[in-house]
Write a protein that binds this ligand. Structure first.
Ligand SMILES: O=C(O)c1ccccc1N[C@@H]1O[C@H](COP(=O)(O)O)[C@@H](O)[C@H]1O
Length: 211
């Protein structure tokens, strides 16, 4: 199981988390978020000093193609995570340039997986997060059992309130295997500042998972 640490910002904290070798690290390019990178993200670190083994993910919410392209260039992003209501056409515009993750929000009620069909051929991954007006970073889980209805072969990231005390519950439920776990606010000291010791524990827990 791969893992992604999202919502990073400060250089020293990024470097400390990189020592744990996550497969993906996410940066939020959405101004209303308390994890918005603003001017604090170290361009040189991302462009020149970043380990190849950790992919850099830019998280966007309904940004324009030009805005996304600008951040890809500036920070040498490997992956874009589209967390709003982006169209299949926008996803297609970045195919073959970066990996594309399209996010869908799930809640407690049934989810219509047929809305994924038009994205199937234009994205690399889906990501399932908890539905919210804030779009993400809620720290809340959704009903993981809803994923029982997932029929696609497209690999997906599982996100939304994943914490040290619920990660082992993934073994107890019968959902199609996730490609990666995406963690964020449940591993924070303050918004964007991650608790490195807790993430080290998570890494051990993920390795123990038999799914
Ligand atoms: O973290 C944010 O503030 C954020 C804002 C807007 C869109 C996405 C955001 N983060 C993503 O939210 C999920 C889940 O986070 P959490 O574990 O529930 O805190 C994760 O995929 C982040 O990429």
């Amino acid at each position: 199981m791969k893992w992604k640490v999202c919502g990073m910002r400060e250089t020293a904290n990024i470097e400390a988390v990189l020592a744990l070798e996550p497969d993906y690290m996410g940066f939020i390019f959405y101004p209303p978020s308390p994890r918005f990178v603003g001017d604090d993200l170290d361009e040189n670190l991302l462009k020149n000093d970043f380990p190849k083994s950790t992919k850099k993910v830019g998280v966007f919410v309904n940004a324009s193609e030009a805005e996304i392209r600008q951040e890809i260039q500036k920070y040498a992003l490997d992956v874009i995570q589209l967390h709003g209501s982006e169209s299949p056409e926008l996803c297609k515009a970045f195919q073959n340039e970066v990996e594309v993750i399209k996010v869908f929000g799930l809640g407690k009620d049934d989810f219509d997986f047929s809305q994924l069909n038009e994205y199937e051929n234009v994205v690399d991954f889906f990501l399932f997060d908890t539905q919210s007006k804030k779009h993400g970073g809620t720290g809340k889980t959704f009903d993981w059992n809803l994923l029982n209805e997932y029929q696609s072969k497209k690999p997906y990231f599982l996100s939304g309130g994943i914490a040290i005390d619920n990660v082992q519950k993934l073994e107890e439920i019968n959902i199609p295997k996730a490609f990666a776990l995406d963690v964020n606010s449940k591993f924070e000291i303050t918004p964007a500042m991650k608790n490195v010791d807790l993430l080290a524990e998570l890494k051990i827990e993920i390795k123990k998972l038999k799914i």
